[in-house]
Design a protein. Structure first.
Length: 332
């Protein structure tokens, strides 16, 4: 029998992100056993803590680990549950997990899957340096700053790199767990779990859920001035060179400092501000796509649609049908 370890973090976490994968994996175990008429389950599951003391989350819910890292000498798959709150503090609270995960991977070849902001624990191991990794979109800027050697893939819900898996986060952990079930139990079991649980299968992108708000947690006041100018004038045709001159920087310095401060080039920042404004109008008004496009300073419909899909994962019309209340009601 193989073994799966679901980490029960010390400190802060969201209890659903531990319970839901545990329940789905148990469901997969039971179905696989029936489907192939096995006498025992394919995997033994343990909720693994630093001790066996129950952990209280959100002041309301407690989880009792079934084993500790000292009792698990070998495991086939480690699910790194998310941490939450003050991420720097929570990383320190869980450094013993970091050491244990690294040993399991290097000495035993364990597969590793981080859920949501569990990616910070994964990144601390150094095992994803030079590799791709996903995490929740609200943590992208901090993750980039803290782990520059990791190749963040911001649009993905699910990322796989040679036996190391990571996910976008929040309740997409359900889709991610189905993905893991397909990998370890087979597609038939994954589809069965999807249908019984009524969870959408094969959803891979978090782009449509991302709400862009420019990264201003930096000390470059000139770049903040440029950011505010872009945000207040997105409806106009904006020129990067003119913005650089406005804040008295030459073009090369402006590009370098803007990217360092915001993790976007000036052109990307302009595009993302415009597309975020378009999304809000598509959600709340009955205006046509063309009206909205002109209202945010685009004249080229093909370019607008391509840029919109790049940052939202949907066409403008698809986005409007999905998120505009009046249009959604009209479909029924």
């Amino acid at each position: 029998m193989k073994h799966i370890s679901i980490i029960v973090p010390s400190g802060n976490s969201i209890v659903d992100t531990i319970i839901a994968p545990f329940n789905l994996l148990n469901m997969a175990n039971a179905h696989y056993k029936r489907l192939y008429e096995q006498k025992e389950s394919l995997f033994k599951l343990d909720l693994v803590g630093l001790s066996k003391e129950a952990i209280l989350y959100q002041g309301l819910f407690s989880i009792q680990p079934t084993a500790t890292i000292h009792e698990i000498s070998k495991t086939d798959l480690i699910l790194i549950s998310p941490i939450s709150g003050d991420l720097e503090k929570e990383i320190r609270n869980n450094m013993d997990f970091v050491k244990w995960i690294k040993i399991q991977r290097i000495e035993n070849g364990s597969d590793i899957a981080s859920l949501c902001k569990g990616a910070f624990i994964l990144a601390e191991t150094g095992l994803v340096n030079g590799k791709s990794c996903a995490t929740h979109w609200t943590a992208h800027n901090l993750f980039r700053s803290k782990y520059p050697e990791v190749q963040l893939v911001p649009e993905k819900i699910i990322c796989e790199d040679n036996g190391i898996y990571s996910s976008g986060g929040a309740y997409s952990i359900l889709n991610f767990t189905l993905y893991l079930i397909e990998r370890y139990f087979g597609r038939e079991t994954a589809i069965w779990c999807s249908k019984v649980s009524e969870i959408e299968f094969d959803r891979l992108s978090q782009s449509e859920f991302i709400i862009f708000s420019g990264q201003k947690d930096h000390s470059d006041e000139l770049i903040k001035k440029a950011q505010l100018y872009i945000e207040n004038n997105y409806q106009n045709k904006l020129n990067v060179d003119e913005i650089a001159r406005m804040i008295n920087l030459n073009g090369r310095s402006f590009l370098r400092r803007f990217k360092k401060a915001t993790h976007n080039t000036p052109l990307e920042y302009i595009q993302r501000v415009k597309i975020e404004a378009a999304k809000k109008k598509l959600e709340s008004t009955a205006k046509t796509v063309q009206e909205i496009m002109y209202g945010i300073g685009y004249n080229d419909e093909k370019a607008f649609r391509a840029t919109f899909r790049k940052y939202s994962g949907l066409s403008p019309k698809e986005y409007q049908r999905k998120y505009n209340r009046e249009m959604a009601i009209a479909q029924f």
